[in-house]
Design a binder for this molecule. Structure first.
Ligand SMILES: [Zn+2]
Length: 381
């Protein structure tokens, strides 16, 4: 009997797997995949639960990978929900609950498609690897990276991989992701000399200096966009002095910027640029400015080609909509997988992800399973 991806999604929603709690979600998937002939290994690291599953010959000429996560963001204001966030209830043709779109339905769809495939196919020249983490919504240090480390240690390789995150803004099938922008955060601290505002010659005020640096960074046009990417964008996200006194020049001011950048830049080139701007400001003003960086991910692109075409064709055939090849949106675990093999993302409509009353159209889950099923048969044809 074919596996019902809707029932599987509902069962997963009933596992309260708020990051980093396993909640029974990976156990359920391990059982389901094992019954369909997969070899499953739990690759937990530092308290983060992860599942690795393989089917078929390690020496197969091509191995198709699927990646996803079972952890979910917290419920938030539970009183605002009109349904049980962990109930997995079906009402008005929709399945409700935390993780309904992001992304228990995506995981259920590819697991159901893969189980159908393996129960009716001989593992000859075909192999499938499924990696599922319990930490994508958190800091992700021991999630998909732990699975990829495990694969490197055990000689496991994927030829291509698809991530089942929600990728469609409004209509099922309208968008897939062939890359992502990178993300870097810069933390600036300007240090001056505190003193009485009535005696400015005895003080050095870091506030206008840091404010002018932020204005300069913010006004700078990083690029005009590239072939597959929108222009890079810098936002000043906070500016903090915390000075309650109106007669004191503060000693210190802090600010933070975040840049979402395209393939015209790297985390290193942007940190060099921001560090140089800070240094020039210090040289001009005498106010010392310290800056620290955190690079959450580099930008990457899986250029249009055979694999991208295969996925786009499966989406168009099953949904009737030709997907846009996009690089927009936030980061995802594809940023780690891109170091291993070509990776693209396709999943459901993401409108309600992380929201109160998160839900998904039941028909979309079935359509998504059909897309993944078609992708598998086309990939190994
Ligand atoms: Zn997600």
């Amino acid at each position: 009997m074919p596996l019902d991806p809707v029932a599987l999604t509902a069962a997963l929603i009933r596992c309260p797997s708020v990051t980093p709690i396993e909640g029974g979600a990976l156990e359920l998937l391990e059982k389901t995949l094992t019954e369909a002939g997969f070899d499953c290994t739990r690759v937990d690291r530092n308290g983060t639960p992860n599942l690795f599953a393989r089917w078929g010959d390690k020496a197969a000429p091509r191995t198709l990978g699927f990646n996803g996560h079972t952890d979910v963001v917290p419920v938030g204001d539970e009183a605002a929900w009109t349904c049980d966030p962990f109930g997995g209830e079906i009402k008005d043709g929709k399945l409700w609950g935390r993780g309904a779109t992001d992304m228990k339905s995506g995981v259920a769809a590819f697991v159901a498609a893969a189980c159908d495939y393996t129960t009716r196919t001989q593992p000859k020249d075909t192999a499938i690897i499924i990696t599922i983490t319990g930490d994508e919504e958190g800091d992700a240090t021991d999630g998909t990276t732990a699975l990829l480390d495990y694969m490197a240690e055990t000689g496991e390789t994927m030829s291509d991989c698809i991530v089942g995150e929600p990728t469609c803004p409004n209509t099922m099938g309208e968008m897939m992701k062939i890359g992502r922008r990178g993300s870097i955060t810069g933390y600036f601290t300007a240090r001056g000399t505190q003193g009485h505002v009535a005696y400015p010659q005895q003080t050095e005020n870091p506030v206008p200096v840091l404010a002018s640096l932020m204005a300069e960074l913010s006004a700078h046009s990083l690029d005009q966009g590239t072939e597959h990417f929108d222009p890079s964008n810098l936002e000043v996200t906070t500016f903090d002095v915390g000075n309650a006194a109106t007669n004191v020049v503060p000693a210190q001011a802090q600010s933070t910027v975040n840049i979402r950048f395209n393939d015209a830049h790297t985390g290193a080139s942007l940190s060099d640029w921001m560090r140089a701007k800070a240094k020039a400001t210090t040289e001009r003003t005498g106010i010392e400015i310290d800056v620290q960086f955190q690079i959450s991910g580099e930008s990457f692109l899986t250029p249009p080609g055979a694999f991208v075409d295969l996925v786009a064709n499966a989406v168009a055939t099953e949904t009737g909509v030709t997907p846009i090849l996009s690089t927009t949106g936030g980061t995802s675990d594809a940023r780690f997988i891109k170091n291993h093999c070509p990776v693209v993302e396709f999943g459901l409509v993401g409108k309600t992800m992380h929201k109160v009353d998160e839900h998904v159209d039941v028909e979309h889950i079935n359509a998504l399973k059909n897309v993944y099923s078609r992708l598998m048969s086309d990939y190994f044809a």
